[in-house]
Design a binder for this molecule. Structure first.
Ligand code: NAD
Length: 271
């Protein structure tokens, strides 16, 4: 069966990678097909062939601006846009009972509520990082945190390109959640998101975050477990956005036929 995929934010960095991956699978094994690509009103990309826009051959799908039609036509819509747009798309996913694959990070409480509400009507698959490597890293971090006591300080360091607008990254926060789960603590209570000036000594049991921004770094995350006389560091480095696009398209195909609910990449990968 070929899963009919729509992509919103089709002119964005991730949108273009998603179009390329969907068309690659459409040609290679027919497991999915591209049925629509949405761009913003007034975008210079509006009306262009999505395959050409993404740097490949023409595919016969022109970009459009009508999300209602897209969510009605597609079996699954992949969304790497902005929190505000994702909140509105979740309502359409619920109405159309359309699989909604959400990669957008930096969601606020209103968008979280919108995804939660939509998950009663449609499969919603959401991950701050859709790569296989980071999904595995989360499982490893949880295990290490559960094994070591708070004699080991946990610090999470991330670096991304200069255009990234939210900090810490959604992946860093997801790794923090994994560490907190392993330790059996609440991340909101344990996390230290920034340090400046006379901070005093490090509170025992806290989970610290440090953010670096610069250049064209796709994404790097290290979780440090620093003990007395020894240190464990678990690192993931993304060399290309294709790893996120590959995971997201896999999630869209997996999601078709699933019951309504809120899912993560661990569900998609059967971990
Ligand atoms: P980007 O700015 O290059 O692309 C976002 C695109 O969405 C833009 O083209 C914008 O015009 C479009 N857009 C916004 N609102 C829209 C609307 N209402 N209708 C149609 N298009 C709309 O950003 P990016 O680097 O592609 O990242 C997008 C999001 O994905 C960010 O939140 C980023 O953190 C996240 N991200 C997640 C993962 C993951 O694995 N989950 C990986 C990479 C990036």
């Amino acid at each position: 069966m070929s899963v009919r995929i729509g992509i919103v934010g089709g002119a964005g960095r991730m949108g273009l990678a998603l179009v390329r991956r969907t068309l690659e699978l459409q040609r290679r094994d027919g497991s999915c097909s591209l049925v629509g690509v949405l761009v913003r009103d007034g975008s210079p990309a509006l009306g262009r062939d999505a395959g050409l826009l993404a740097g490949g051959d023409p595919c016969g799908v022109a970009t459009s601006t009508d999300p209602v039609a897209l969510f009605a036509d597609a079996d699954a819509v992949i969304d790497f846009t902005t929190p505000e747009a994702t909140g509105r798309f979740a309502v359409l996913a619920a109405q159309g009972k359309t699989v909604h694959v959400v990669g957008t990070t930096g969601l606020g409480p209103a968008e979280e509520r919108a995804l939660d509400a939509a998950s009663h009507h449609a499969p919603i698959i959401r991950a701050a990082n859709m790569s296989l490597g980071v999904t595995l890293l989360q499982a490893l971090v949880e295990k290490v945190a559960a094994t070591l006591d708070d004699g080991f300080d946990i610090e999470i360091v991330e670096m991304h390109h200069r255009h990234k607008v939210d900090a810490p990254s959604g992946t860093a926060l997801a790794l923090g959640e994994a560490a907190a789960r392993g330790r059996g603590v609440d991340l909101a209570a344990a996390s230290v998101r920034s340090r400046d000036g006379h901070t005093g000594p490090r509170p025992a049991g806290s989970i610290g975050f440090a953010t670096l921004r610069g250049g064209d770094v796709v994404g790097e995350h290290t979780v440090v477990f620093a003990g007395a006389g020894e240190r464990i560091e678990l690192t993931h480095k993304s060399a290309s956005r294709d790893i996120f696009a590959n995971g997201a398209v896999r999630a869209a195909i997996w999601g078709h036929g699933q019951r309504p609910g809120l899912y993560g990449m661990a569900d998609v990968l059967g971990l």
